[in-house]
Design a binder for this molecule. Structure first.
Ligand code: BG6
Length: 499
């Protein structure tokens, strides 16, 4: 989140996995939008690297089609100039000669286009492949950067960042063998969402909310990421992962940290990351014996989506018929510090839920003394931050219904991004790629945060791994999740916010 419009140094962005879906669907459209807004340097080039035997022209053609599909109508003359900046190196990521060819290509671009030896390597490939890429880059000397700040070298790695604590720690070690921590940008696209960035502005760019942001006024917090879609074509990955790894370890714990963190003294990577890490350190570990009380999972069965009958998870393509992978997870976290003692943070996510919505609900405490009667029916004041869709923030509170009696009803104050700002909201990838090119890691995860987040979830993963943990509860596709998740809150006399 920049206060003024900075443009990165001349540079080359290298994408490993350039023939993949993410490159076409998200990365190249993000670069296109950056170029369109004048956020890229004049001397800029993109080099795609992948195994397929494509050349520059074919790569450009593929990206042209991708842009037409994912961006829409494009000015052809601007498009031609943009595509001319795209290049392609074909090669096996395990073969050292690929890196010789890449190095030559980068040197040519530096010479011919003045890209200044500055490189950003984007690993849009699974971890088992990028580990090899990182090692090969080290051997080929593609990891060096000059001390004078010119000729910088940064690497972006995609999720999943590990499968458990040990594998995440191992990934960090391999990366650290080749790159210094400040060169590594671990992407979490939730942090790049405008609505997530706005949480800090909402809290700390105003003086009226922060005084309420603590155990004195907040009863509890709910963080929800519900998806309408099922596992789609990703069963191979998803069945090995599950909702806890796929959404909670990264996106939702990051959101929790942004909600719960103390105000940093400045908006820079070091200060923000430190405060977020402090939140994770303050979360009370859920011990293996407490998993039944504090964590709930579920798996979607057959049901409906958009009025149509849809298959259950076990009937999806490539999902083993006896899979115990959770497509829904809900957890209750306790943050043991002065600000949040006694305020539960409930986090839930699921696929094939009633609808797609990512929302944060801050429920405030009831007034200490109620003077208007019928108080048990008086809903508490609630702040709802809609991350997506219908991005915005609403405050719901009690108001007097006009008339001679004192009757209360809930009313809303609403802020909608679309109404207030109009225009196109930048995609998370635009913000994050630009930040990396600018050398700003504020919205990226660091190694300590990643390892701590895995450590917190390990007892849950361990408990769920065993068959003695019982059957995975089922919920119908198109519902709000398993009944067991309601019990998680009803134990505390609370209920989930409507989706
Ligand atoms: C990804 C997960 O990280 O986030 C997907 O792997 C999930 O399973 C996606 O669908 C959700 O992202 P968004 O931006 O649509 O909420």
């Amino acid at each position: 989140m920049k206060q003024n419009q900075r443009v990165p140094d001349p540079c080359v962005l290298v994408i490993f996995g350039a023939s993949g879906d993410l490159t076409r669907r998200k990365l190249v459209p993000a670069i296109w939008h950056l170029q369109e807004q004048g956020r890229l340097p004049e001397a800029f080039a993109l080099v795609g690297v992948a195994r397929r035997e494509w050349d520059d022209n074919y790569f450009r053609q593929q990206m042209r089609e991708g842009l037409a599909e994912f961006v829409g109508e494009l000015d052809e003359s601007v498009l031609d100039a943009f595509l001319a900046k795209l290049h392609y190196v074909s090669g096996d990521p395990a073969d050292p000669t690929t890196y010789v060819a890449l190095k030559n290509q980068l040197e040519t671009l530096d010479r011919e286009h003045g890209t200044g030896g500055n490189r950003c390597f984007y690993c849009s490939v699974p971890p088992q492949i990028y580990l090899g890429i990182v090692e090969q880059m080290g051997k080929a000397g593609l990891n060096h950067q000059h001390q004078d700040g010119q000729g910088w070298c940064r690497v972006i790695v995609e999720k999943p960042f590990g499968h458990d604590f040990d594998s995440a720690h191992n990934l960090n070690e391999v990366l650290h063998n080749v790159f210094a921590e400040e060169q590594i940008y671990r992407i979490d696209h939730y942090l790049g969402k405008e609505t997530v960035q706005n949480i800090l502005v909402f809290r700390l760019g105003n003086s009226i909310f922060e005084p309420l942001w603590n155990r004195r006024y907040v009863d509890h917090v709910q963080i929800t990421a519900a998806e309408g879609v099922g596992v789609e074509h990703r069963a191979g990955y998803y069945d090995q992962s599950g909702a806890l790894r796929d959404m909670i370890q990264n996106h939702l714990l990051q959101v929790l940290c942004v909600i719960a963190m103390e105000p940093p003294s400045s908006f820079d990577a070091e200060s923000v990351r430190l405060e977020k890490l402090k939140v994770l350190k303050a979360i009370r570990p859920i011990l293996i014996g407490q998993v039944v009380r504090y964590a709930v999972r579920g798996q979607y069965g057959p049901g409906t989506a958009n009025g149509e009958a849809v298959a259950g998870y076990l009937q999806e393509n490539e999902v083993p018929a006896d899979s115990r992978t959770e497509t829904y997870a809900a957890l209750e976290f306790t943050v043991d510090n002065w600000r949040w003692q006694g305020v539960p943070f409930y986090v839930r996510t699921g696929k094939r839920m009633e609808k797609r919505t990512s929302t944060i609900t801050i429920q405030f405490s009831q007034p200490p003394h109620l003077i208007f009667g019928q108080t048990d029916q008086m809903p508490p004041s609630t702040l709802t931050i809609r991350i997506q869709p219908e991005e915005g923030i609403s405050l719901s509170f009690n108001g007097k219904v006009p008339g001679p009696d004192v009757r209360l009803d809930t009313v809303n104050m609403d802020f909608s991004y679309a109404e207030s700002f109009g225009g196109r909201t930048p995609e998370a990838y635009e913000t994050l790629i630009l930040d990396c090119l600018l050398g700003d890691a504020t919205l990226y995860s660091d190694s300590d945060w990643i390892e701590k987040s895995w450590q917190l979830l390990m007892p849950v993963l361990e408990a769920w791994k065993t068959t003695s943990s019982g059957a995975v509860p089922s919920y119908p596709a198109g519902s709000c999740g398993p009944n067991e998740a309601d019990a998680l809150l009803s134990e505390d006399w609370r209920t989930w916010a409507a989706l």
